[in-house]
Design a protein around this ligand. Structure first.
Ligand code: SAM
Length: 495
């Protein structure tokens, strides 16, 4: 017989005979713990296989999660306490194979019982089982404190792992609403400022909760971070152009391109992954853009000579990357693998990613009419950033491209391991709260448009030799410290 697929345990909708009806608080606690367990299960499975799954935030934002704020808080708190919970469970030694198979739910309920603010009710089998062993769990906590020679559970948590508070950014979808009208609407709830770098980006206090705001729900604003919003702005596509977004899902930058082009011309959005393609289509629909053509396929297999791409003048290449710049933002630093020694694995993975990134950048440069290519990653690693640019420089030069300087007023530039590093843009995980990288290639034999002085870039001719003193990726922190030191030196001289 086919089983009903649902997140809700059967007892929620239909209590078994003899079981008392749940109060609304008990029912919502029960739901919150199941929703949180589903998210935690996905995240832990991905982490165990060292495979990037969606971030906690994006899993929580999926339509199947009803209590988004509560679920997010419960998953994050459980992850922060995960090492403690695991040790307590080991000391208490209460799990049989049945409950070991449901580890995510067990962790969530243990968090609730041991550290949650409200009393946990015995509303379903898992809660009943763990509450029956509550004394053993509490005594496990006491044993752990003695073993670790600390006074409170707080002392067992690594405070340095807690993320800094990041401002809430919202990009105005100018296809649907102008910036001032969006500001006026949002000001009813929060203090709103216009971002100083990206004209259609708004900044609000950290934790401003806009997920269910009508402007978000109807696609008038997108909850897109600053770095992500800088990429399409750096490309500066003109209205009427054909523009290609090479690796496009979930489509935040795709719809930003369409907005910058005022809905005129064509945006071709290529995406390989079928699941993510659906997200891309949803984003496009929400944006209201009518000039986006979605292509399901491998960017590397697109034939630059195909007439469909003959008129492409700008390419945005934001390929899969390690995501190391968004680790804190994604809360990946709370995952078990983060504390493990993954050096060897990381080096292999980074190498594999870089191989693809280099191929994709070379491919982007080879489209016949392309005159602007932006390459971006949310990685802090040189191997995915400066090294990829460096590998493309000889080809770029032979095709008449040079590095341009996106956002010249931006202070943090590329690591000095490649000729022209001063044109590259970096965001710093500490100073800017996320690590990001942008490189912009432009063809200089094109005639500038009359208002080119307003473009957010400076172009500069460079002799581009591949740098020989490339640092090993895993030595990156040293290069990075030297680079920051030199930046501070520059700043000191300026003062
Ligand atoms: C970093 S994400 C892009 C994020 C997107 N630019 C945005 O801002 O919403 C990289 C995307 O590239 C896709 N991808 C990876 N390899 C690809 C390929 N060979 N061709 C097309 N898409 C690819 C991945 O599935 C993923 O959706």
């Amino acid at each position: 017989m086919a089983r009903r697929k649902s997140n809700a345990p059967p007892s929620v909708t239909r209590p078994p005979p003899g079981q008392q009806k749940l109060s609304s608080a008990e029912r919502s606690g029960l739901y919150a713990r199941r929703e949180a367990a589903n998210v935690l299960r996905t995240v832990l499975r991905g982490d165990a296989k060292r495979r990037a799954v969606a971030s906690i935030k994006s899993l929580v934002l999926s339509p199947s999660v009803r209590n988004k704020r509560g679920t997010y808080a419960l998953v994050c708190e459980t992850l922060k306490h995960l090492n403690v919970i695991k040790e307590v469970l080991e000391i208490a030694n209460i799990l049989n194979s049945k409950w070991k198979r449901q580890e995510a739910l067990v962790y969530i309920i243990c968090y609730d019982i041991l550290f949650g603010k409200k009393e946990t009710a015995a509303v379903a089998d898992a809660e009943k089982f763990l509450l029956r062993h509550k004394d053993a769990l509490l005594s496990g906590v006491a044993t752990l404190l003695v073993k670790k020679k600390v006074e409170s559970v707080d002392d067992l948590l690594d405070r340095s792992q807690l993320p800094d508070l990041i401002p809430r950014y919202a990009r105005v979808n100018t296809l649907k609403i102008d910036v001032d009208s969006a500001v006026k609407e949002l000001e009813k709830l929060y203090k709103v400022q216009k971002d100083e770098t990206v004209p259609d980006l708004l900044v609000m206090p950290p934790r401003s909760d806009l997920h269910a705001h009508p402007l978000v729900m109807n696609g008038r604003i997108f909850l897109q971070g600053k770095a992500s919003s800088m990429v399409a702005a750096a490309l500066q596509p003109e209205a009427g152009w054909d523009v290609l977004d090479a690796c496009s899902a979930p489509g935040n930058k795709t719809v930003h391109l369409a907005a910058l082009m005022k809905g005129q011309g064509k945006v071709i959005a290529c995406e390989l992954n079928e699941e993510r393609l659906k997200r891309l289509e949803q984003t496009v629909k929400l944006s209201g853009a009518t000039n986006i053509k979605v292509v399901h396929g491998d960017f590397l297999s697109l034939n630059p000579q195909d007439p469909s791409y003959a008129k492409v003048r700008a390419i945005l290449l934001d390929p899969s990357c390690s995501g190391s710049g968004t680790v804190t933002n994604r809360l990946d630093h709370l995952l078990p693998s983060h504390s493990a020694d993954n050096t060897k694995y990381d080096a292999m993975r980074l190498h594999k990613l870089a191989v693809f990134q280099k191929k994709a950048l070379a491919h982007a440069l080879s489209f016949p009419q392309v005159e602007r290519v932006v390459y971006s990653t949310c990685s802090i690693h040189q191997i995915e950033n400066e090294d990829v640019v460096s590998s493309a420089l000889p080809l770029a030069s032979s095709l008449g491209f040079e590095l341009a300087t996106p956002f010249p007023q931006w202070q943090r530039r590329g690591l000095p391991v490649v000729e022209g590093s001063e044109h590259l843009l970096r965001m710093d995980p500490v100073e800017d709260k996320e690590g990001f990288f942008i490189a912009l290639f432009t063809k200089t034999n094109k005639v500038d448009s009359p208002d080119s002085s307003e473009l957010p870039e400076r172009e500069c001719r460079r002799k581009r030799n591949q740098s020989s003193d490339q640092a090993h990726p895993l030595l990156w922190p040293k290069v990075y410290r030297a680079w920051r030191w030199s930046l501070q030196g520059r700043k000191r001289k300026l003062v």
